[in-house]
Design a protein around this ligand. Sequence first.
Ligand SMILES: CC(C)(COP(=O)(O)OP(=O)(O)OC[C@H]1O[C@@H](n2cnc3c(N)ncnc32)[C@H](O)[C@@H]1O)[C@@H](O)C(=O)NCCC(=O)NCCS
Ligand SMILES: Nc1ncnc2c1ncn2[C@@H]1O[C@H](COP(=O)(O)OP(=O)(O)OP(=O)(O)O)[C@@H](O)[C@H]1O
Length: 195
Amino acid sequence: MIKIGLTGGIGSGKTTVAQMFQDLQIPVFIADIEAKKILDDFKVASKVAETFGLNLTAEGLIHKPDLAAIVFKDDHALQNLNSIIHPRVHERFKKWFNEQDAPYIIYEAAIIFEKDRASDFYYTILVTAPEKVRIDRVMLRDHVSYEDVKSRMKAQWSESKKKKLADFIIENINLKQTQQQVKELHEKFLNISYK
Ligand SMILES: CC(C)(COP(=O)(O)OP(=O)(O)OC[C@H]1O[C@@H](n2cnc3c(N)ncnc32)[C@H](O)[C@@H]1O)[C@@H](O)C(=O)NCCC(=O)NCCS
Ligand SMILES: Nc1ncnc2c1ncn2[C@@H]1O[C@H](COP(=O)(O)OP(=O)(O)OP(=O)(O)O)[C@@H](O)[C@H]1O
């Protein structure tokens, strides 16, 4: 079973694109969602709270905006959080992958190239959109400030750097055109997987 890595900076539309592959009956693993489940585990939450000097909520959870405020303005703190969460995401992915039965699967994550993970995948797809569009989308979706989005962008590589490394690029501006690009890639991946 072929593994395809799907990545893109914040607000590029990678989850939107992942959903389009899912609609074509392709299994999709969304790293953001898995990372959230891991962070909601009491043991992990306690470790993260202790590491970053945070209090847990009454339900024993991390208040995510407080954690985001710490890690997205301090690269050392972000690497520290990544070192707690990412190995666990990887473990969940390995287990999930072994349970799939499909011609190929999609692994969606914001930081694949940044983490030197491209070689884990047969192909990588980069979803792109102009920076201003990405910022506007996230401000609208999450009700956050311009600075909040910019601070996350700083933790990610630029699109120009990632474009040089990606096997395929989806320009996600017009949703119909994005859908068309997804269909074409889907056909290509099916052809490869049946060879
Ligand atoms: C700090 C946290 C709690 C903030 O939660 P929040 O709900 O606000 O954001 P969410 O997880 O939905 O992420 C939204 C976007 O932020 C960006 N982002 C998140 N984590 C990272 C990271 N470690 N490095 C760079 N960008 C990131 C991505 O573009 C992501 O799609 C959360 O992002 C987190 O636990 N991050 C570390 C784990 C991680 O790397 N997750 C991403 C996939 S593995
Ligand atoms: N082509 C598009 N036209 C208009 N809105 C779009 C388009 N693509 C995505 N969006 C919207 O923009 C927002 C960001 O898209 P999405 O959540 O897919 O991005 P993402 O790359 O997964 O973001 P993040 O890194 O924050 O997880 C969402 O509200 C989505 O509905």
